[in-house]
Design a protein. Structure first.
Lengths: 311, 408
């Protein structure tokens, strides 16, 4: 009984994920700053931001649905945390493993987006509502390519369990190479899921102020920020586990260090992507996802089926 | 789809100054724009009538934070014309030099703002870093980063040494190289081009009939530039191209601005090579003889017009400032028609608006017969209190508290 509690609260659960998420936010911001020829924040900045937000007054608009308004940040946080439990970190055995965990992780990672939508919708402010609608429009654009991209490697591995997928690719490392297209598709779709440039349309500050989060302040905003940071880590971990499934047989310590390196690599790519692009318009984003990303993901599936024939 | 009215401003992250745009949306598409100006009225023109000519040079320099030299030169030119002063050629060249440096810093600033408005913060950081080069140059030449205080009636206040002028050539080399890079970015970066081209279209006919000036007009192939058409300062001795573009959209306005930067470098190189020796100022009389003059000046944002009427005293009778933004604002609602909400910030930014330079108060004399009146300060205050009371805002409790506090 004691072990599950430890897993959920300390490692690899809440506490570890918090610290790791802040560390990754720092890395992301620092890289972004360095690439833009700026100095960037000190290492404790994400934590300091969180403490500041948490200690501030929280204002709930009288027009807003108070229960939904308060519930949504918690829902987003919980969903991300639960998803993390299914991802193999240092060995091929995650805390929770069963046939079908890939689908569950993708589903759990969709929940925060839905929470953003409901949060924006229930704040009933003009900017929040527009942001919420954009969040949902964007979800329909990137979700399909992301799911397809993650499913393609699963087809080759003949399993819907993340743990078993990692084991399969550990045994056949060369088979990860054809998944490169899927890796790129997943990275771009993940950028959309995290609502970062060029897909930060739902919270485009120069157009709709804070978008979904316009009315949020204090502790609730802090929780949302934390959930987004964690989502980045969990998303990066998922991409790393599916497309970079190396080194899980090296033992817990080396495997864990390698895991950190892989997440850092994915975060680096995400930061690079947001440095070199401008924000797209919502219709450009949807067009891009359906015209290029989804066909690329379909092609990856086709490739996986062909490989299945050969192997 | 139901129509939504969304307020952009008076307070909004996309606007650096308060101004109100109420945009009626159908989905994400703009149906109608309602513009309200006047949040930034500072009474500069009235203040100019209360001050002497020399004081006015400094006051009008503060009309705009970015094209400060434009306004002070424009005013000084008008006064010099009334007083019949001939400004020495060296002073003309120095005025032109500062004017072009100002254009460089304004256009680089605009490029960064445009990048920020479309969510391309990297461009903002890069171009503002390079803008520091020209800001430092201005500071080393004039002693100030923004309000240079170079002009006086009858010339300029500072002379430059040969070393200072030769040092400019090196700065121009650095800036030219950076600008070439920005031209490359603007013409090749796909996401940036996607966000800029086809946005905020203003046809040539509309640009002419709505009186668009400066880069906004020139991007709709309105081939007008005061520097060439009605040369002032040293521009008649200098050769440069007037950049026009046929894109008619925000992308065209971007191209015009970055290419104008290249022309400015060319102009500054010529100034350094050609600047004549001699005095930099002539003595101006304290009292300017009666008369009036209109002065035109090509500010970075477009044509700036000053009208000055003198009455023989040391204070002007009337000063009228027409900042370029006022001329361009009319075309904004045309540009916004049928665009997306996402394009509002960049379309607004593309005219390089400077709202505080623009806002004036005009008293319209009623012709219909209703009596117009001028309110005294006290009656204006009472009118304000009544206006708010009608709308359910009651300040009397607050006022009572304030008086109590004041008594303590």
């Amino acid at each position: 009984m004691a072990w599950p509690l430890f897993w959920i609260t300390v490692f690899p659960g809440f506490l570890f994920l918090c610290l790791f998420a802040w560390a990754m936010e720092y890395v992301d911001r620092k890289l972004y700053a360095k690439l833009q020829n700026r100095i960037g924040p000190p290492w404790f900045q994400p934590f300091a931001d969180f403490v500041k937000l948490v200690s501030k007054e929280e204002i709930i608009p009288t027009e807003a649905n108070s229960l939904m308004f308060k519930l949504m940040p918690v829902l987003a946080l919980t969903a991300v945390l639960t998803a993390f439990m299914h991802i193999p970190l240092w060995s091929s055995k995650p805390i929770i493993s069963f046939e079908g965990s890939v689908i569950v992780v993708v589903y759990l990672l969709t929940l925060p987006t839905l929470a953003f939508f409901l949060a924006g919708w229930s704040s009933s402010s003009l900017y929040s509502t527009i942001g919420a609608v954009r969040t949902l429009t964007q979800l329909f654009a990137y979700e399909v390519p992301l799911l397809l991209a993650v499913l393609a490697p699963a087809l080759v591995a003949h399993t819907w369990s993340l743990g078993k997928m990692v084991e399969f690719y550990g045994a056949h490392p060369l088979l990860t190479l054809p998944n490169l297209i899927g890796f790129i598709v997943a990275l771009v779709a993940l950028q959309g899921k995290l609502e970062r440039v060029p897909f930060d349309i739902p919270e485009a500050e120069t157009e709709i102020v804070g978008g979904t989060f316009t009315e949020y302040s204090g502790r609730l905003l802090g929780l949302f920020r934390l959930a987004i940071d964690m989502e980045m880590v969990v998303g990066a971990s998922l991409v790393a586990a599916v497309f970079l499934p190396f080194g899980f047989s090296l033992g817990p310590v080396a495997g864990f260090v390698l895991y950190l390196v892989k997440v850092l690599f994915v975060v680096f790519l995400l930061a690079l992507l947001r440095t070199v692009t401008a924000r797209l318009r919502i219709e450009q984003m949807v067009e891009f996802c359906w015209k290029f990303l989804a066909p690329a993901a379909l092609f990856q599936i086709l490739l996986s089926l062909v490989i299945n024939r050969i192997v | 789809m139901a129509r939504v009215k969304i307020p952009i401003g008076p307070q909004h992250p996309a606007l650096k100054e308060p101004e109100s745009f109420r945009i009626t949306l159908s989905g994400e598409r703009i149906v109608e724009t309602d513009m309200r100006l006047g949040y930034n009225h500072r009474g500069v023109e009235k203040a100019a009538e209360e001050r002497t000519y020399v004081q006015d040079v400094y006051l009008l320099e503060r009309v705009c934070g970015i094209c400060s030299h434009s306004h002070s030169t424009c005013f000084a030119q008008a006064v010099e014309e009334i007083a019949g002063l001939v400004v020495p050629p060296r002073a003309q060249y120095i005025r032109t030099l500062i004017a072009e440096l100002e254009r460089i810093h304004s256009h680089l600033l605009w490029l960064g703002v445009a990048g920020h408005e479309v969510g391309f913060d990297t461009l903002l950081m890069y171009s503002w870093r390079d803008r520091e080069v020209v800001m430092d140059t201005l500071a080393s030449l004039s002693g100030n980063r923004v309000n240079y205080g170079m002009n006086t009636i009858g010339g300029v206040r500072r002379d430059f040494t040969r070393e200072q002028l030769d040092g400019l050539l090196k700065v121009m080399d650095v800036l030219e190289e950076r600008t070439k890079y920005y031209i490359e970015v603007a013409t090749q970066e796909t996401t940036l081009i996607n966000r800029l081209s086809g946005v905020g279209s203003l046809s040539h006919e509309d640009a002419v009939s709505l009186g668009a000036v400066g880069p906004t007009g020139r991007a709709s192939s309105v081939d007008r530039d005061v520097r060439r058409d009605d040369p002032y300062a040293a521009y008649k001795d200098l050769s440069f191209k007037v950049i026009t573009d046929t894109h008619n959209d925000v992308y065209g306005r971007t191209l015009v601005r970055v290419l104008e930067l290249m022309e400015s470098y060319k102009i500054i190189r010529q100034i350094v090579a050609q600047i004549p020796d001699g005095p930099v100022t002539v003595k101006a009389p304290r009292k300017i003889p009666a008369g009036e003059a209109v002065s035109r000046y090509e500010a970075p944002r477009g044509e700036d017009v000053h009208f000055v009427k003198a009455n023989g005293t040391d204070k002007p009778e009337r000063v009228k400032v027409r900042a370029p933004t006022l001329a361009n604002l009319h075309s904004v609602s045309k540009m916004l028609e049928n665009n997306n909400l996402a394009d509002v910030p960049i379309t607004l930014a593309a005219i390089d608006p400077c709202f505080s330079c623009t806002d004036r108060m005009i008293r319209v004399r009623e012709v219909s017969g209703t009596k117009s009146e001028i309110l005294s300060w006290e009656s204006l205050r009472l009118f304000g209190i009544g206006w708010y009371l009608e709308r359910g805002v009651d300040f009397s409790a607050l006022n009572a508290r304030l008086t109590r506090l004041e008594k303590k």
